[in-house]
Design a protein around this ligand. Structure first.
Ligand SMILES: [Zn+2]
Length: 402
């Protein structure tokens, strides 16, 4: 059984698959390869929150063992953006230049999906007598991990020993990453003609009262720590403010979007509670000052999206097996999120471990090198063989209900 990781990466990069498009063509391309290599493929049409045209996610398996080793990746990409800024074809039409394959998704993460698929395809049948290899390939990662949430709700990863999420880490083994949450606070006011602003309540000025309190009131939340992240704090930042309709109108609404990065799932709840605390404090302030009810501070909060953090037990045999193959001594964490958070949430021990530099993701002239691709295949193969030869403990995942 043989395969070319470079050709497969090229074929995947050639098919546009930003999250706003249907991912059926790029999934079909991968399936053609998987069928040719004898994988059993199950497609799971994606339901849940609508993200535009038809999407599908898939599970592909080889081997007949009761234990499973899972590899996961996404085939959606961020948009190409301004085509004129690219010096190279964003769909890899130039082929290999030097040692590089350029194109949107090359390093995030079509190259990694190709490397995982080729590594799984290249292991001889006899190695897989006691092990099943599972590829979990999704879409809509870039817009809130939608594909993996849907897949994890439908497919139970029975007796898995662990999961590699192949996002680009320069093949460093990442054992923890933060989770992310975005909330929208809608602050209400009373509109009136802007020549008599005292008759209304300016929602933007009200929002400024809230913004002024964030730093101080959330300081205790930011002071929390988790052993997997050392001195790295949970963080938050305001990512959007919008309000106002015209020069001559006092605005009656202003929305504030806040993005938080948490070290553990429980931090999301305490973050929300802290924001609710600030809102109540402002209402109480106004009440104490005798502000009439209709002019008091008023706001409500919506959760726009969230994705769980991932923490892998670095004393456990799963992490140690991967770290040994990677030749890595010290555990590492990253601050960005991946699908590993969702898989971790349903009980799978995960690591993020993939070739290429994250710096090249989402940027113009994105590329992956041939050496990165072939090294990744070698490392993934070594992991497969090590797991096949070992007696790693297994976990059965529970259903996702987030
Ligand atoms: Zn990615």
């Amino acid at each position: 059984m043989s395969c070319s990781v470079v050709n497969l990466t090229k074929a995947l990069v050639a098919i546009p698959s930003e999250s706003s498009r249907s991912n059926l063509p790029v999934m079909q391309q991968l399936c053609t390869f998987l069928y040719s290599q004898g994988f059993r493929v199950t497609r799971y049409p994606q339901n849940g929150p609508s993200t535009g045209p038809e999407k599908t996610n898939l599970i592909a398996e080889r081997g007949n063992g009761t234990r499973r080793l899972v590899f996961s990746g996404h085939l959606d990409t961020v948009p190409v953006g301004e085509r004129g800024q690219w010096q190279h074809d964003p769909y890899g039409a130039e082929g290999i230049i030097g040692d590089r394959l350029y194109g949107r998704g090359a390093v995030d993460m079509k190259g990694q999906v190709a490397a995982m698929a080729c590594a799984c395809a290249s292991v001889p049948e006899e190695v897989l007598r006691n092990l099943t290899l599972t590829l979990a390939i999704t879409g809509d990662e870039e817009i809130g991990h939608v594909g993996i949430k849907d897949l994890a709700a439908k497919h139970v990863f029975q007796r898995a020993v662990g999961c590699v999420v192949g996002e680009p880490t320069g093949l460093r083994v990442v054992s923890a990453h933060k989770g992310g949450m975005t909330v929208r606070i809608t602050v209400r006011g009373l509109s009136c003609h802007s020549s008599k602003p005292h008759l209304g309540v300016n929602a933007i000025e009200q929002a400024a009262r809230l913004l002024n309190l964030l730093g101080e009131r959330l300081a205790p939340w930011c002071a929390q720590r988790h052993p997997a992240f050392g001195e790295e704090p949970p963080t938050f930042t305001v990512v959007g403010v919008s309000g106002g309709v015209a020069d001559n109108v006092v605005p009656d609404s202003c929305t504030v979007n806040i993005s938080a990065r948490a070290l553990e799932t429980g931090h999301f709840e305490t973050f929300r509670a802290a924001l609710e605390g600030i809102i109540s404090e402002l209402v109480d302030d106004d009440t104490r000052k005798g502000v009439p009810p209709e002019r008091r501070f008023s706001a409500d909060m919506d959760l726009l999206k969230w994705a769980p953090p991932m923490v892998c037990d670095t004393a456990g045999v799963w992490y140690r097996t991967v770290a040994r193959i990677a030749g890595q001594e010290k555990p590492e964490f990253v601050t960005y999120g991946t699908d590993a958070g969702v898989l971790n949430q349903v009980g799978l021990p995960c690591v993020v471990w993939g070739p290429g530099d994250i710096i090249r993701a989402h940027s113009v002239d994105e590329y992956i090198t041939l050496e990165e691709l072939t090294t990744a295949v070698t490392h993934y193969r070594e992991l497969i063989c090590a797991v096949a030869a070992s007696e790693l403990p297994t976990f059965t995942t529970s259903l996702w209900n987030g």
